[in-house]
Design a protein around this ligand. Structure first.
Ligand code: CO
Length: 474
């Protein structure tokens, strides 16, 4: 029985970001997003997550689209909604730390182009890696939602997470997100966790879980009873498996209780009809071959990691070593001080585990990222690293203990010089800083395309062999 003293629960719809990132390799085009955007704007979601995470990279790399342009179009199509994005702390939407001037500039343009809520997290939950992004987001007037990466380890207790939440509140967080990227959070743990965070911080708590293990909607329900304010859900057509729980199910579950979302199920089904059709177009990226995968609980790693192992091992003709690799992961993770497994730590731990198994000797070789990790360049891990392993990986080099970005020089000015005439705006420069190679090709193509149109307007024909003429200025 629901308690009589409830509270209205909000739904954040993640379909346009995490939904297709989780199920369709982040491939939905802006045109397809726009097909449902204005309908979603009418629903009355607490917020809609539409940008950030892997979408920025994917837009340019795979779709030849400008991520900034996508954001402006979504903003225009969704004037009533609060737009939310995911930001990896000092990594922004990339895979390494950027300098503070880049963090400032990037966030200025996120907010300037229409983002209302910025969810900031760090793979190690190292608060120093949130610091600059939180400061910049506050300065630009955004709502700062601090995300805490949930994981299970001997040192990750309710107390640990509640303390982290308190620190983030002191640093200026407007709300807290429990970010359960692997779907490890169990219902009764969710209850205790949310209760502790609410009691200790008094802040709004938003739940972000993945359905991978099949637990997420049960955990949401217990989280609601403990006071959770907003639940991240996706439209049914892009929900479940490694995506979020389905919004419609949660809305129905809470209807007529003191937690009623007040949202209309009929509106959902109209949007879902369109999304079902859109999803079919992306069938070749639709790799979800399971509905529920409880292996993530057994190995405590995100579902995507296991499928990455399979493809890496297949390349090495060593698929029969999969079980050994899966057993090596917890050992590597312990050596590294129990980082939560999320981008980029999941890749770092994962590739080292493969090396350790295939080379027959642990840490005989280490990837550059693992070396950087043991040098402290990703931040301070939750628990101390294994000193013997650290010595084997980085030798006598001394690990840093300061905030990693303190050692990164300002780089905005240099990037402006490098990209030169290809960049027409500060946003183009940011594209280049985030993903230099991809952005250079993207910006070159764009300029070539525009020039081509200009030439065509002047009546100049393309090359006779049917290939595009190279109009690029030299
Ligand atoms: Co997610």
């Amino acid at each position: 029985m629901a308690e009589q003293t409830g509270h209205k629960v909000g739904i954040c719809d993640t379909t346009l970001r995490d939904g297709h990132q989780s199920l369709l390799a982040t491939r939905l085009s802006t045109a397809d997003l726009l097909e449902v955007a204005s309908m979603m704007d009418e629903v009355g979601f607490a917020s809609v997550e539409v940008w950030g995470g892997a979408t920025f990279d994917s837009c340019m790399r795979f779709l030849d689209e400008d991520p900034w342009e996508r954001l402006r179009k979504l903003r225009k199509a969704m004037p009533k909604s609060k737009l939310q994005m995911l930001l990896r702390g000092q990594n922004l939407v990339g895979y390494r730390h950027y300098s503070d001037d880049v963090v400032d500039e990037f966030i200025k343009h996120c907010v300037g182009n229409g983002i209302d809520i910025i969810r900031i997290f760090d793979a190690l939950n190292d608060v120093r890696n949130y610091e600059r992004a939180m400061y910049a987001a506050k300065k630009e007037g955004a709502h700062v939602q601090a995300g805490i990466a949930y994981t299970i380890s001997p040192i990750h207790s309710i107390e640990y997470f509640a303390n982290e939440a308190c620190t983030l509140k002191e640093m200026g967080a407007d709300s807290i997100c429990v970010k359960d990227m692997a779907g490890l959070l169990k219902p009764y743990d969710a209850y205790e966790l949310v209760k502790a965070i609410k009691e200790r911080t008094g802040l709004m708590v938003q739940m972000h879980s993945h359905y991978t293990s099949g637990l997420a909607s049960m955990s949401y329900l217990k989280a609601v009873e403990a006071g959770a304010d907003v639940l991240d859900c996706a439209m049914s057509a892009l929900a479940l498996a490694s995506s979020q729980p389905a919004a419609a199910s949660l809305i129905a579950a809470l209807q007529g209780t003191p937690y009623d979302t007040g949202l209309d199920l009929d509106q959902m089904s109209a949007i879902n009809d369109i999304l079902k059709r859109i999803r079919k177009k992306y069938a070749k990226f639709d790799t979800t071959d399971y509905r529920v995968d409880t292996n993530v609980l057994r190995y405590q790693m995100p579902g995507g990691m296991i499928s990455n192992f399979m493809s890496q091992l297949r390349d090495q003709n060593a698929l029969d070593r999969l079980q050994e690799v899966l057993e090596e992961v917890p050992r590597v993770r312990a050596d590294m001080g129990y980082p939560p497994l999320v981008t980029p730590t999941s890749q770092i731990v994962g590739s080292q585990s493969v090396l350790n198994v295939l080379l027959g000797e642990r840490y005989r070789m280490a990837t550059n990222e693992v070396k950087a990790y043991f040098r402290g360049e990703y931040g301070t891990p939750p628990a101390p690293m294994n000193p013997e392993v650290q010595k084997k990986v980085i030798g006598d080099a001394e690990a840093i203990t300061c905030r990693p970005a303190d050692l990164i020089q300002s780089s905005l000015q240099q990037a402006r010089k490098e990209i030169g005439p290809w960049a027409k705006s500060e946003e183009d420069v940011l594209l280049y800083i985030m993903f230099p190679t991809v952005a250079k090709t993207f910006l070159e193509n764009r300029m070539a395309g525009e020039t081509k149109v200009e030439y065509q307007m002047m009546g100049i024909e393309e090359g006779k062999d049917g290939k595009e003429v190279d109009y690029l200025p030299v």
